[in-house]
Design a protein around this ligand. Structure first.
Ligand code: PAF
Length: 276
């Protein structure tokens, strides 16, 4: 397994694989890898040579967010990736963002959902992903569906710029209790983690309510928010939207998605579930 930190080495390795006729997959991460990431990597491994990037991207954290405390475990990450037989761990040094003056800004979702609560976040995400895609030039790039808004934005960016990369979604991996796996779950003590599991349970109850025939978006949202507040979550948003996140709706339909962000015990959590 190659471990690379400089842009030229990453480009050269990618060219070498391509010259050998290999397809390349990229799995961008911010490290502190958990089973959710490893599941994404396993999916990527079915599609040729795999680059996993590890970079805690300062451009996607707001001034009051957890950039300095974001969980890190480089040695553990490298070990996990070695065991999976990944071809390259790319850990860009800071030249990747230093003196950056050009940003990718989306024009349809930046003021919605997480965009409302994390100004500049998606600009930072899209810009780093564009850089990683330009360096590695993968055929496939893999993203987890827990970050659904991020996935939609990256897919749209790849379409809008006619990029030769297929954006591959990977379903969310969950703890046994349903809590979506996330590096931020490491912030919880075990009692808090148990309570945080209610987040998924509540979203799932709403899905069941829809299944039983409740289709009013207002009622479904109202109930979700009430249940979340009852279980001590601070609610940022609950929205029901079509799967491309084009617009808000009054009547929920099969295939729509319920998305939410909450805070629990100081930790921000996001999750989503399809209505079916
Ligand atoms: O989902 C993440 O971990 C990050 O937003 C990403 C895609 C690696 C960009 O920094």
């Amino acid at each position: 397994m190659e471990i690379i930190t400089c842009i030229k080495d990453a480009k050269d390795l990618s060219k070498k694989f391509k010259t050998g006729g290999q397809k390349i997959s990229l799995v961008p991460t911010m490290g502190k890898l958990h089973e959710g990431h490893l599941n994404i990597v396993r999916n990527a491994l079915k599609h040729g040579k795999v680059f996993v990037s590890i970079y805690i991207n300062p451009m996607q954290f707001g001034p009051s967010e957890d950039f300095n405390n974001y969980p890190r475990d480089i040695e553990g990450d490298i070990e996990k990736l070695r065991r999976l037989n990944v071809d390259c761990v790319y850990m860009p040094d800071d030249t990747i963002t230093k003196n950056n003056k050009t940003f990718i800004i989306d024009d349809f979702l930046s003021d919605k959902l997480c965009g409302l609560y994390r100004p500049g976040h998606f600009q930072g995400v899209l810009t780093i992903v564009m850089k990683l895609l330009s360096i590695v030039q993968p055929d496939f790039a893999f993203f987890g569906l827990k970050d659904y808004q991020q996935y939609i934005l990256i897919k749209k960016m790849a379409e809008d710029f006619f990029m030769d990369v297929k954006i591959m979604p990977v379903p969310t991996m969950r703890e046994e209790c349903g809590l979506a796996m996330s590096s931020r779950n490491f912030y919880f003590n075990s009692a808090d983690k148990e309570s945080a599991c209610n987040f998924y349970k509540i979203l799932n109850n709403i899905r069941l309510l829809f299944k039983k025939g409740e289709t009013s978006v207002e009622n479904l949202k109202h109930l979700t928010i009430k249940e979340l507040i009852d279980k001590n979550f601070t609610v940022e948003y609950v929205e029901i939207m079509d799967k491309e996140l084009i617009g808000r709706k009054t009547t929920a339909e099969t295939g729509d998605i319920i998305l939410s962000a909450v805070k629990f015990s100081g930790v921000r959590l996001i999750d989503n579930i399809f209505l079916e």
